[in-house]
Design a protein around this ligand. Sequence first.
Ligand code: AMP
Length: 172
Amino acid sequence: MPHWTTLIRDVPDFPQPGILFKDITPVLADARGLAGAIADLALPWRDAELDAVVGVEARGFILGAALAHELGVGFVPVRKPGKLPAHTLALDYGLEYGRDRLEIHADALPPDARVIVVDDVLATGGTLKAAIHLVEQQGAQVAGASVLVELAFLEARATWPHAAPLHASAVF
Ligand code: AMP
């Protein structure tokens, strides 16, 4: 496992009983940890000729923007409902603990854009799948997805519907 994974903090019963929350804020707060995490996220995509990184609210913004900068491409946010000011596309999806909806600006990506979708933690996979569908609805091409942490016991990878690769920097 990469050195920065020791900085991930397990918080039991957050945001509700039975959930072991993987808190990445200590990774972000540590200079070596942050640099290592972003370098590891970037590793599979250095020669991928991407046009943009799409990040999912909220921790996907932090990682996605840093990753986009590292790769020399732009960043596009996928947000919770009602946050984006211009015309949006929306998708409902299931979460490990509840249901939610994601939105993206309808004109955020040109139809031929080649992008990756980034989030902090892959749990059930519902969030990443919804974000990928939103991007595909716009005619953009999803080259793959990257997460910092994969929770393997939830087996999101087993039902991964995309040919595009899913990369996880750390697996628990
Ligand atoms: P899912 O859609 O089930 O893959 O959930 C992924 C989203 O929920 C990500 O945006 C994570 O930030 C958050 N999440 C879900 N489960 C956890 C967990 N156990 N620890 C930290 N974040 C989680």
